[in-house]
Design a protein around this ligand. Sequence first.
Ligand code: ZN
Length: 130
Amino acid sequence: MWTLEVKTSTREELKDITSQVQSLVKQEQLQEGVLLLYSPHTTCGITINEGADPAVARDIIQSLKKLIPLHWDYAHLEGNSDAHLKTSLIGPSQLIILEQGQIKLGTWQRIFLAEFDGPRNRKVWIKLLK
Ligand code: ZN
């Protein structure tokens, strides 16, 4: 298993980690299988979506803000219930096909760490499933 270190810079953002994943694949000379990307956090997740137009990432963040308000009748007293809820919607993991030393993504797809309670230093665990 490997760990990616990801530094986020705002409270909520989709941070593109595709090139970090590609660098790991190259560095470790991984060839075939499926990569499991897993976030061991409760207020950030991992998603795959369009990276060509940054407006898509912005729209995802803004839509989730509208769906799940920062302030509401939450019982969790830490003040970041919205971040926990958004993380559950996005989910903690993604599976990515690895073929001939390349991760397989659609033309417009990128891998994002979805930060909902940053800025923070995050980790992404990566395991090659064979
Ligand atoms: Zn909390």
